[in-house]
Ligand binder design. Structure first.
Ligand SMILES: [Zn+2]
Length: 484
């Protein structure tokens, strides 16, 4: 890459300092108790909202200066990340094994000297070894991933105080670009999510209310009515959910003939079709913003209006690369393994991390939306559906989410869901240490039967090791096309 001018270099350093200062300025008394709801009249809350606005303004400035400036800013953040990573036993051993002195990595191209790592490479690393310092549990935000794309449930940590700021500043930027103002909305409740399992307490500053929505029939309508009533009570709101939940919500809304006042809908999880997005926007009467994200990295990019199915990466906080199976970078626009270096988690660094998705990345973009950041296309997740005998289909995510619910998550090393024929579902579980035992298996089967209301015959089996069958482990083996 082109070397930055002296002025750009000084400016990029100032921006990095400015973001760090925002983090240090956060009122700890507010963020320390992440289970409590923030008192929005308090001076601590006003300070938090002010710092968040400053943080967002700096991020906007960085993006406006264009790709080569963003690249320089990434290098500076990378330098700091690697310095911190060297304090963790795991990353230190990675650097030693690959003969890398983290201080020598100064350019983005040098990153290639660190080998990529997937989730399977990280699940057996003890948490203390991957952390850069020892902290009490309440100072850490633990992210629990159900492993619906990789079959490996996964727990990863970040600092409890700065992670919500880092994550939410990007969501709020998207909303801001669509006419939402934090300055006028910060003081009131506006953020809702549906069927979101755990981990949401950390966002309580942003007024999260979690709603239950049962999947079908009268129960779904009853739940949807409660959600609509709650939204009507607080006024224009933002909804955060995944596409499966949104589809159920839209279905229930349609049946009720209601439209709650909405400002925006943030969609995480599997990619969506353009037609579904338009349908959702019509029914909700607000923009729908799809994200490419994982639990452990948070948002990697946001969907672009002008490039359906593609995401502009959040280059200010992640370095995204596409690598072939040998770990080499592929040419611009060619497909390969999506590889992410997360620049703002200094507690448990993720460097050249592969969440298990395949995609393409185009660096040279001149998008009509004005965002100069690379465009990422993600493949593969959208085919992960279970097919039912009545012709309907549903994302496999719901069953993974259930399988990974506490207390099972920490006991399962890998899992696989197989649909070998229509009308059946076979679930294989590979335990981590001790066997799960028949009582646990029975209990899981019972829960899954409740989930599908008898629409499909489920078997749950405990196995010593799941035979991957193919070279790459697949968490979900869908129904083969010929049997559909
Ligand atoms: Zn765009």
């Amino acid at each position: 890459m082109r070397s930055a001018s002296f002025i750009d270099d000084v400016r990029a350093r100032w921006y990095r300092f400015r973001l760090d200062r925002s983090v240090r300025a956060l009122p700890l008394e507010l963020v320390a108790d992440s289970g409590a709801r923030a008192d929005k009249e308090s001076s601590a809350f006003r300070r938090y909202a002010r710092e968040l606005e400053r943080y967002i303004a700096v991020l906007e400035d960085i993006r406006r200066r264009g790709p080569s400036f963003v690249g320089r800013f990434q290098e500076l953040r990378l330098e700091k990340l690697l310095r911190r990573a060297a304090a963790s036993a795991y990353w230190r051993s990675v650097f030693e094994r690959s003969g890398v002195n983290p201080g020598d990595i100064r350019r983005l191209a040098d990153l290639a000297r660190i080998p990529p790592v997937g989730r399977t490479g990280l699940i057996d690393v003890p948490r203390d070894a991957s952390a850069t310092e020892k902290l009490p549990d309440n100072a850490v935000y633990w992210m629990r991933s159900s492993g619906s794309t990789t079959g490996t449930p996964f727990i990863w940590g970040s600092y409890a105080w700065d992670w919500p700021l880092a994550v939410w500043s990007y969501h709020l930027r998207e909303l801001d670009a669509r006419g939402f103002s934090l300055a006028t909305s910060a003081h009131r409740d506006f953020l809702f999510q549906i069927n979101y399992g755990g981990g949401n307490a950390v966002f309580q500053m942003f007024f999260i209310e979690n709603f239950r929505l049962r999947p079908r029939g009268d129960a779904a309508e009853e739940d949807a009515r409660a959600i609509v009533a709650a939204i009507e009570e607080v006024g224009p709101s933002v909804l955060l959910c995944n596409p499966t939940e949104l589809a159920s919500f839209l279905h229930a809304l349609d049946a009720l003939g209601r439209q709650p006042p909405m400002t925006g809908c943030l969609l995480v999880g599997q990619p969506i079709e353009e037609a579904f997005q338009e349908h959702a926007e019509r029914l909700l009467g607000c923009p729908v913003i799809p994200y490419y994200s994982t639990m452990e990295t948070a948002a990697i990019g946001a969907g672009c209006r002008h490039a359906p199915g593609r995401y502009h990466t959040y280059a200010e906080r992640v370095i995204v690369e596409i690598l072939d199976d040998a770990g080499r970078q592929v040419a611009d626009g060619e497909r390969g393994n999506i590889t992410v270096t997360c620049l703002d988690n200094l507690f448990m660094p993720l460097i050249r991390y592969q969440p298990g998705d395949v995609g393409t990345l185009r660096h040279r973009v001149s998008c009509p939306c004005g965002n100069p950041n690379p465009l990422l296309e993600v493949e593969g997740r959208s085919v992960d559906v279970i097919r039912f005998a009545d012709g309907s289909a549903e994302s496999v995510r719901r069953v993974f989410k259930l399988l990974a619910a506490d207390p099972f998550l920490t006991r399962i090393r890998r899992m696989q869901v197989r649909q070998e024929e229509l009308g059946t579902l076979r679930i294989l579980l590979e335990p981590r240490d001790a066997i799960l035992g028949p009582a646990v298996i029975r209990e899981l089967k019972k829960r899954i039967d409740v989930l599908y209301e008898g629409k499909i015959r489920v078997t749950v089996e405990e196995v010593r090791e799941i035979d991957p069958g193919t070279k790459k482990f697949k968490a979900f083996v869908p129904l083969a096309p010929r049997t559909r």
